[in-house]
Ligand binder design. Structure first.
Ligand SMILES: Nc1ncnc2c1ncn2[C@@H]1O[C@H](COP(=O)(O)OP(=O)(O)OP(=O)(O)O)[C@@H](O)[C@H]1O
Length: 946
């Protein structure tokens, strides 16, 4: 029996009818074969017998390597190798009509379609750099030269690691596959760049080796390898072959970062001082200034049809794929450059993002210690470029990252001179803008807080680590009562009076409020924080005059200088590490920022808001977090308070905590607005004094009461102590705890529209276009990302636990099951039982009691599903046990009818069985924050995440 016998299900170019005839000869259900697709070259077809019928599934190939997926519209799992794909569907149906059982025996699939194989003669000979044997093998017609060994490596991988040029040339002459990827994600050029000479590299590149082949695991391209291993010759050869100078790994590292990390100072210096040649394209050829998507589409389509007509007239085959232009978009979801291109008759839009590199040029003392800011441009996870021209030139050379190479630039029509007022923003009267606005060019995702490196980490995966934790009994998940619609509608207007007014004058800013959270708070000369809307206004001013780009300032030279230690940290490490390294104090929590009550100056209306507002209007409640070392310390303090055992001898830190204990007489309850697990939730008022003005004010609040103090007090206080630590726009703010003779109470910020789940259910007719869903999703991801930074796992993320402060502001609530992670831990293991919301749980949670940020990401995916399924319960009527079986067998919730394909792809990536392969909240935040009409992120999610 041959080694490959278990793979003998490959039937070459068998036709569909012949496959039908073969399989219908009375075999058992699940009998199968794989054949070549007759309609799409490079694809295959899985033909499968089920209940007397033959089902045919297209197996789609992704890219040039052996990555495949079944194109079943419901589930798209990309697998490396046809062999792995068959194994995957042998283990479970995973969306097919049934799982694969018996193969109809014929041949093994071609080597270049497999993930790995066994070491053969050619592997051995190349591994030993034995040119004689290689020569003899190739001469005698040895056919398996693309076969893979256990590590998925071909002879060419091994040659790139171990051989000299002679063997390389022999293999290339035999036309081996040049860009296949091994099990570690590397292509032969990656390996060659580690230690091989310039001529070796040149030979490989001349044979079409991909100079920017990206390792699917870590995002390394050959230049990263060359830099890391200090191979200057390889670096020079790659740059000569137009490899980008500033590609990024999945964790945002540039080649010079890797050179620095591995002590390769010569290469580091070379890369930092390298001068990029000027681009040989210019924007007159393709830059159109401000254009809408529709305008761009019609310009491209018109150009394509003219081109088609002239190609046909000249009897050339007409192909207009690759017609492109660059425009400036004023989209409310974020202004900026957009590349619009035609691909197979469809227009596709790619946002061109900007990022800053803070340059500190040590070698130039004339600059002192000041840092120079330079903006760079990039598309998705692609390399940075110092100008639009460089970026366009790059994509005119390589298609990688786009569906097609840029081939035909479409120039703008000459436009009449514009009057100077054309630069004034259209719909926002100047007087409505906050006073102190810094009008420098700024785009979403760029002016982020320095602590976050997520913009460089869009593909970075978090890896769960160990956890330490105390246990508490768990709470049940249950449904909530429906809210009264009119009640909801009335209060939203009141509570957000000022914001609404601003939005009314600047309608296109309405969606932007959330994004301002990404930006650092701008301060005026007096040190006062500007309102968050300031950042939105900055966006608004970033509108160029037609046909003149807002050019990011070019670096004075094209050199990329060294960065300070802090900047290196910013650009090269994951946000998690940065937060830990930089911000954690000894007790493992972040140092405090003040919790403030902000009292609106408008008569009668009081709004609680968080940091970022004018200090003059803030009545500071307390600086709390730094004074409380642990959650349990806070819980114990609250416990003492509630038991009346608080005395003046209590520790000094208690005085700080004391301020969170609200006197019951300062609370007025009104009607019930919900039923929680512990008791009823009321709408009510908090009477408090504005410490600045000394004026008494009434603040509208939600009051959660504890019904049975005897049995639930500990959990109730635990939830409060968890919530007190958290202060974020996308998280429901706990104001304090109060106790009257009947009840213990949690006083919270009021979210006027109640639970998102019930809002969706009650308003499903009005929100069928789902326009709010993306905004809410981005806010939930933003809030969850904040929890990540605070080392909290929520453990009960679900639509029922999202509250709506308005139709434009979702907030995460219900921290009863949340746990904070101790320093150095990324996950938490639960050993106690209890009632768990299993349908929202990841497999490692329901199987092993492991909770991490990645398991919260799974629940986020289910929450998304609930939204687009308009509040349907996940998995419908199926029992919990069956849900577990179903999830464990690889099946997932189907796409809700209203859900766009790209969002369903994101859901599926959240439901990756392996926690480390799920996206981070940083990624999800960015995904939903940008307009989803752009292609980039979908591409990324499909090709990298899944
Ligand atoms: N801050 C708030 N603002 C407005 N409504 C609220 C607020 N907190 C709770 N509610 C309302 O009360 C309901 C129940 O509250 P909550 O979810 O906090 O209870 P719970 O005990 O945590 O329930 P469960 O554990 O089942 O999720 C919510 O669905 C919502 O309608």
């Amino acid at each position: 029996m041959s080694r490959d016998d278990h793979l003998n299900w490959f039937h070459g170019s068998l036709t569909r009818d012949a496959a039908d005839d073969l399989l219908k000869q009375g075999y058992e259900d699940g009998t199968f074969l794989v054949r070549e697709s007759s309609t799409a070259a490079g694809d295959f077809v899985l033909s499968l017998l089920y209940q007397g019928e033959v089902c045919h599934y297209q197996i789609r190939r992704h890219g040039e390597d052996a990555f495949f997926s079944i194109d079943d519209k419901v589930q798209t799992k990309i697998l490396h190798g046809l062999d792995t794909l068959v194994e995957y569907y042998q283990e479970a149906a995973n969306g097919l009509v049934t799982h694969l059982t018996v193969p109809l025996i014929r041949d093994a699939p071609p080597h270049n379609t497999r993930s790995h194989g066994v070491t053969n003669l050619l592997h051995r000979a190349t591994g030993k750099n034995d040119s004689k044997v290689v020569f003899e093998l190739l001469k005698c017609g040895y056919r398996n030269f693309d076969a893979k060994n256990q590590d998925g490596q071909t002879a060419l991988h091994l040659a790139a690691l171990h051989c000299d040029e002679e063997i390389l040339k022999l293999l290339l002459d035999a036309r081996v596959q040049v860009n296949s990827m091994d099990s570690f994600g590397y292509q032969p050029l990656h390996y060659a760049c580690r230690h091989k000479s310039a001529t070796f590299i040149r030979t490989l590149i001349a044979a079409q080796a991909n100079v920017q082949g990206r390792n699917i695991e870590n995002g390394h391209v050959p230049l990263h390898e060359a830099a890391k291993y200090g191979n200057l010759e390889a670096v020079q050869e790659l740059l000569e072959a137009h490899a980008p100078l500033l590609p990024r790994t999945n964790s945002g590292e540039f080649p010079f970062d890797l050179a620095k990390e591995s002590g390769q100072t010569q290469v580091e210096g070379f890369l930092l001082n390298y001068k990029l040649p000027l681009a040989n394209t210019n924007k007159e050829q393709w830059y159109h200034g401000t254009l809408t998507r529709d305008e761009a589409t019609s310009i491209l389509k018109k150009h394509a049809s003219d081109q088609q007509a002239s190609q046909l007239a000249a009897s050339h085959t007409s192909d207009t794929s690759g017609c492109f232009l660059v425009r400036y978009s004023e989209s409310p979801a974020g202004a900026g450059y957009v590349l619009t291109l035609l691909c197979e008759g469809m227009t596709k839009n790619f946002r061109i993002s900007q990022a800053e590199l803070f340059q500190y040029i040590k070698a130039r003392p004339d600059l002192g210690r000041s840092s120079l800011q330079s903006k760079f441009l990039y598309i998705d996870d692609g390399p940075y470029w110092p100008s639009l021209e460089h970026l366009v030139e790059h994509f005119m050379r390589f298609s990688y990252g786009l569906p097609v190479r840029l081939r035909y630039p479409v120039p703008p029509q000459p436009k009449p001179e514009l009057p100077s007022f054309a630069t004034i923003p259209r719909s926002i009267p100047k007087r409505t803008l906050p006073a102190a606005i810094d009008c420098h060019v700024s785009t979403i995702g760029i002016t982020k807080k320095k602590e976050s490196s997520s913009m460089f980490n869009t593909l970075r995966l978090t890896s769960p680590k160990k956890a330490l934790f105390d246990m508490n009994s768990l709470r049940k998940c249950k449904t909530k009562p429906k809210r009264n619609k009119s009640e909801s509608e009335v209060s939203v207007g009141k509570a957000h009076h000022n914001t609404e007014e601003f939005h009314a004058t600047a309608p296109m800013l309405q969606n932007l409020r959330f994004f301002t959270e990404f930006s650092s708070v701008q301060t005026d000369s007096g040190g006062n924080a500007n309102p968050p809307l300031g950042a939105a206004a900055i966006e608004f001013y970033n509108v160029p005059k037609n046909n003149s780009a807002v050019e990011p300032p070019l670096p004075s030279t094209l050199n990329i200088s060294t960065k300070t230690e802090a900047e290196n940290e910013y650009f090269t490490k994951s946000d998690l590490l940065i937060t830990r390294d930089r911000d954690l104090n000894s007790n493992g929590y972040l140092p405090t920022t003040d919790v403030r009550f902000v009292v609106d100056s408008g008569e009668g209306s009081q709004i609680i808001k968080e940091i970022g507002y004018d200090r003059k209007q803030t009545a500071r409640l307390d600086s709390f977090i730094s004074s409380c070392s642990t959650e349990s310390e806070m819980a114990s303090y609250l416990h003492r308070q509630c038991n009346g055992s608080f005395t003046s001898e209590n520790s000094s830190t208690d005085t700080n905590k004391e301020r969170f204990f609200i006197q019951a007489e300062n609370i007025e309850r009104e009607g019930v607005i919900g039923e929680g697990e512990f008791g009823s939730v009321y709408k009510g008022w908090l009477l408090t004094r504005n410490s600045t003005t000394g004026v008494d004010v009434r603040v509208e609040v939600a009051i959660k009461t504890l019904r049975d103090e005897h049995s639930n007090k500990k959990e109730f206080l635990r939830e409060a102590s968890a919530m007190i630590r958290l202060q974020h726009q996308c998280i429901v703010q706990l104001i304090g705890i109060a106790k009257d003779p009947e009840n213990l109470m949690m006083v919270q910020e009021l979210a006027s529209l109640g639970s998102m789940l019930h809002f969706i259910i009650n308003n499903s007719e009005q929100i069928r276009d789902c326009s709010e869903f993306k905004l809410w999703a981005s806010q939930i991801a933003e809030g969850m990302n904040y929890l990540v930074s605070q080392h909290f796992v929520h453990r009960d993320l679900a639509a029922r636990n999202i509250l709506l402060a308005s139709r434009r502001q979702a907030k995460i609530s219900d921290f009863g099951m949340s746990r904070s992670l101790s320093t150095g831990s990324d996950q938490y293991t639960f050993t106690q039982g209890g009632k768990w919301p299993l349908r929202w749980y990841a497999p490692e949670s329901f199987n092993n009691g492991i909770f991490s940020h990645a398991s919260d990401v799974w629940s986020f995916g289910i929450t998304l599903w609930e939204m687009w399924a308009l509040g349907k319960p996940p998995y419908g009527e199926i029992s919990n046990v069956d849900v577990i079986k179903l999830v464990d067998s690889g099946q997932r919730l189907p796409k809700p009818d209203l859900c766009p394909v790209n969002i369903y792809a994101i859901m599926n990536s959240c439901w990756n069985y392996s926690p480390k392969n799920r996206p981070t909240f940083a990624y999800l935040k960015e995904f939903f924050a940008r307009t989803l009409d752009y292609q980039n992120l979908l591409e990324m999610a499909e090709t990298v995440r899944i």
